[in-house]
Design a protein around this ligand. Structure first.
Ligand code: SF4
Length: 648
C-alpha cells in the first residue's frame, strides 16, 4: 500500500485502517486534531507545541503523519522506558498498519553499550574482588561473542551500583576512537553508523542535548540532519537542558583515571608501573575525605564546607599532577597513555575552574554521593543556548509534546522556557475521558497544613481507612524521602494488604509485585510520579501527601528564584508554582489511564482549597468531580465493587 497521499484523518478515522484492524482501537477526535497539526508542522517545517492529555493517543498522532509523509525524523523521549516502548512496540505497530517499512533505529548513550576494548582490559587484569562481579563478567564475555547490538540492557543484569559498569563501558574521555584496536567491531561506532542512515531514529533528550553540546571526539557529528524532530515527554526538556548545557565535575573521574593509567601501563609501559605508586593508598585517602565530607545530599556552592572542600581539592590536585607527570613521560608509547595524559591535564583545568566563582546567571551546587562528590554548574536560562544549538536542525519541523506542559491551560511558560514564545503554534488537546463520571477528587477535611508536626501521622491514619475502603489497589505518592521513611513506620502492617515501598526493589519489579499481590499499596516518591502506567482495576486510588512545591533550599530552585527576582519577575509563580503544578499533574495522571478506568484522587494538602493559588492547581488537574465528604468516597467504592462483582 502506498501510504503517501493519505492524511491522518484517513488512517485514524472511524473507517480507517487502524479502526478496522485493531479491536481495541477507538477513533478519537483529539488524536486526529493533533495529527493534523503535526501534518501542518511537517509540511511547513514549523514549530509546534502540543499538550495532549492522557488518553489522546499522542504517540500515533505524531507517528502516523511521519510515516505517511515519509519524512526523516528523530524522536526524542524523556526516559529510556518510553524510548524502548516506541522502538519495540509503538513504531512496529504503526509500521505494520501502514506498511511503509522505514529503517528505524534506536540509539542510546555510549554508557549503555559494551566497550570491547575495556572489557578485554578488565579480563586481562583479573582484579575484580566481588564474586558476583566475577560471575557477571564471565557471562558478559560469553554474551559479547554473539550480541549484535552490544546494548547491555540485553546482557545479564548488572546491579546499578556495580563496580563493573565503568570497567566495561566507555566515556567520551577514555574512548580511543579511531586509534582503538576494536574500532572496526565497536558497538558504539556501529550503533552510530546505523543511526546516520536511519529514516526514523529514536533517542532520548539526554543524548540529543549532549550531542548538540559536543561533537563527540572520534565520532564527529552523531545525529544526522533530519526533516523533523519530535520531543515526546517534552516537559522534561528544560530540566535535561539545564543539566547538559552546563558542566559537571565528579571526583569519580580521578579514581577512573588512576585505574586506567594502571591498565595502560600494564599493557604499554610495564617498566613504569612502580612509578605509578600504590593506588589503593591514594584512593583510600580520597574516599576517606569523601566519607567524612560534612554534607548530606546537596548544598549550594556558597554553603559548601570550605575547609573540607579545600582539603579534598588539594588531594585531587596532587593525584592529577602526579598522573600528568607520569603519563607525560610515556604518552608516546600508546594512544591509551596519551589519552590518560590529556585527561590528567583536563582534570587539572577543571580544578582551576572551580576556583573561579560561577557566572551570575548560572547556578553551582555540590552533591555528596556514597563514593563521590559532584559539582554542577547549570545555566538558569536555557532558552537561548537551546535555540542556538538547535540551529543545526533549523530546517526541520520541531514538535514538542507531553501530557503535562501547560499551567491552567496556558502553554506560554513552557514556550518561554525553551525559547519559542511567540514563535510556535500551540495546541491543547483535552482528554477524551469522562472525568466527571470516572473519578473523584477528594480533599479530606481536618488535615493540618503540611508543615505541622502532626501532619504526616494524620495523613497516614486517613490512608489506612481509605486503603481499607478501596481494598488496596492504591498508590501513596509522597513528596520527600523523610515522609517515605515515616510511612514505613506507620503503614508497613496494614491488615490484609501487601505494602510495597520504593527502594525495596527496582521500579519495574516493584510495580510487578504491586500488580500481582492485590490487595496492595505502593508507597513511593519522585520516580513513581511519572512514567508509570497501571491501567484497569489494579489501581483505583491515588493519594498525594502535599502539593509538590520544590524545596526553597534546593540550590537550583534558590538560584532560579534569585534570577527571577533580579528581573522583577514573580519568582513564586515562575518557579515554584509552575514546577509544582506540572509535578501534580504528572502524579494525578497515574489514576485514569483508560476510558473504562475509575478511581479516586486524594490530595491531603488543605492549601489546595484554602490558598488563592490552589485554584491554579485545580484548574490544571483533570476535571474530576470534587468532594470533601468521606461518605461519598465510601459510596463510590461500594458501587465500584458491586459493579465488579456483578460483572464477574
Ligand atoms: S572505539 Fe571506544 S567504545 Fe569502541 S571499543 Fe574502542 S574504546 Fe571502546
Amino acid at each position: 500500500m502506498n501510504v503517501k497521499g493519505r492524511d491522518a484523518a484517513y488512517w485514524l478515522g472511524e473507517d480507517g485502517p487502524f479502526a478496522q484492524a485493531m479491536e481495541a482501537f477507538v477513533p478519537r477526535e483529539g488524536q486526529i486534531k493533533m495529527a493534523s497539526a503535526v501534518e501542518a508542522a511537517l509540511s511547513s517545517r514549523g514549530r509546534l507545541i502540543v499538550e495532549a492529555e492522557t488518553g489522546t493517543g499522542k504517540t500515533l498522532a505524531y507517528l502516523v503523519p511521519i510515516l505517511s509523509s515519509g519524512v526523516r525524523a528523530i524522536i526524542s523521549t524523556g526516559t529510556k522506558t518510553l524510548q524502548d516502548q516506541l522502538f519495540e512496540k509503538d513504531i512496529p505497530l504503526a509500521c505494520q498498519m501502514m506498511a511503509p517499512a522505514p529503517d528505524v533505529r534506536l540509539l542510546k548513550g555510549r554508557a549503555n553499550y559494551l566497550c570491547r576494548y575495556r572489557l578485554s582490559q578488565t579480563v586481562a587484569e583479573g582484579l575484580l574482588t566481588s564474586r558476583e562481579d566475577v560471575a557477571t563478567l564471565q557471562s558478559i564475555v560469553e554474551w559479547s561473542q554473539y550480541t549484535i547490538s552490544g546494548d547491555l540492557a540485553h546482557a545479564a543484569p548488572i546491579r546499578e551500583d556495580s563496580a563493573l559498569w565503568p570497567q566495561i563501558t566507555s566515556t567520551r574521555e577514555n574512548c580511543l576512537g579511531t586509534s582503538c584496536p576494536n574500532y572496526d567491531d565497536c558497538f558504539v561506532v556501529r550503533a552510530r553508523r546505523e543511526a546516520e542512515k536511519a529514516d526514523i531514529l529514536v533517542v532520548n533528550h539526554h543524548l540529543l542535548i549532549a550531542d548538540l553540546m559536543l561533537k563527540d571526539q572520534g565520532f564527529s557529528e552523531l545525529l544526522p540532519p533530519v526533516d523533523a524532530i519530535v520531543f515526546d515527554e517534552a516537559h522534561q526538556l528544560p530540566t535535561v537542558a539545564r543539566r547538559f548545557l552546563g558542566w559537571r565535575f565528579s571526583t569519580k573521574q580521578f579514581s577512573l583515571l588512576l585505574d586506567d593509567v594502571r591498565r595502560e601501563l600494564m599493557t604499554a609501559a610495564p617498566d613504569m608501573l612502580q612509578a605509578w605508586g600504590n593506588r589503593e593508598v591514594v584512593l583510600a585517602d580520597v574516599f576517606e575525605h569523601i566519607r567524612n565530607f560534612p554534607v548530606d545530599g546537596r548544598v549550594s556552592w556558597e554553603n559548601r564546607p570550605r575547609e573540607a572542600w579545600d582539603g579534598l581539592c588539594q588531594l585531587l590536585f596532587d593525584v592529577a599532577s602526579k598522573m600528568a607527570q607520569l603519563t607525560e613521560a610515556c604518552e608516546a608509547r600508546s594512544e591509551g597513555l596519551a589519552r590518560c595524559h590529556q585527561r590528567s591535564l583536563s582534570l587539572l583545568a577543571d580544578l582551576q575552574r572551580l576556583m573561579v566563582e560561577p557566572a551570575q546567571d548560572w547556578a553551582r551546587w555540590l552533591e555528596k554521593h556514597s563514593r563521590s562528590i559532584v559539582v554542577t554548574d547549570a545555566p538558569l536560562n536555557v532558552a537561548e543556548p537551546l535555540q542556538q544549538r538547535l540551529k543545526a536542525q533549523a530546517d526541520a519541523a520541531w514538535i514538542f509534546t507531553s501530557a503535562t506542559l501547560s499551567v491552567g491551560g496556558d502553554l506560554t511558560p513552557f514556550a518561554h522556557d525553551i525559547g519559542l514564545e511567540g514563535q510556535a503554534t500551540t495546541l491543547t488537546v483535552p482528554s477524551p475521558f469522562d472525568f466527571q463520571r470516572q473519578a473523584l477528587l477528594y480533599v479530606p477535611r481536618y488535615v493540618p497544613e503540611p508543615n505541622a508536626n502532626e501532619a504526616l501521622s494524620v495523613i497516614f491514619e486517613h490512608v489506612r481507612v481509605l486503603v481499607e475502603r478501596s481494598r488496596g489497589r492504591a498508590f501513596l505518592l509522597l513528596t520527600s524521602h523523610r515522609a517515605l521513611s515515616e510511612a514505613r513506620l506507620y503503614l508497613a502492617d496494614l491488615e490484609g494488604v501487601s505494602v510495597f515501598f520504593q527502594g525495596d526493589a527496582p521500579k519495574m519489579q516493584l510495580l510487578e509485585q504491586f500488580r500481582t499481590n492485590a490487595p496492595s499499596l505502593l508507597v513511593a516518591t519522585g520516580a513513581f510520579w511519572e512514567g508509570v502506567d497501571v491501567p484497569g482495576e489494579d489501581l483505583q486510588l491515588v493519594m498525594i501527601d502535599r502539593l509538590p512545591f520544590p524545596s526553597p533550599d534546593d540550590p537550583m530552585t534558590a538560584a532560579r528564584t534569585r534570577w527571577c527576582r533580579r528581573r522583577g519577575l514573580d519568582a513564586f509563580e515562575a518557579v515554584s508554582l509552575y514546577d509544582a503544578v506540572l509535578a501534580l499533574k504528572q502524579g494525578a495522571g497515574r489514576l485514569v489511564r483508560r476510558v473504562t478506568d475509575r478511581g479516586v484522587l486524594v490530595i491531603f494538602d488543605p492549601r489546595l482549597v484554602s490558598r488563592p493559588y490552589g485554584e491554579y492547581f485545580v484548574r490544571s488537574l483533570p476535571p474530576f468531580k470534587r468532594t470533601r465528604s468521606m461518605s461519598e468516597i465510601e459510596a463510590f467504592f461500594e458501587a465500584l465493587h458491586q459493579h465488579e462483582t456483578d460483572r464477574n
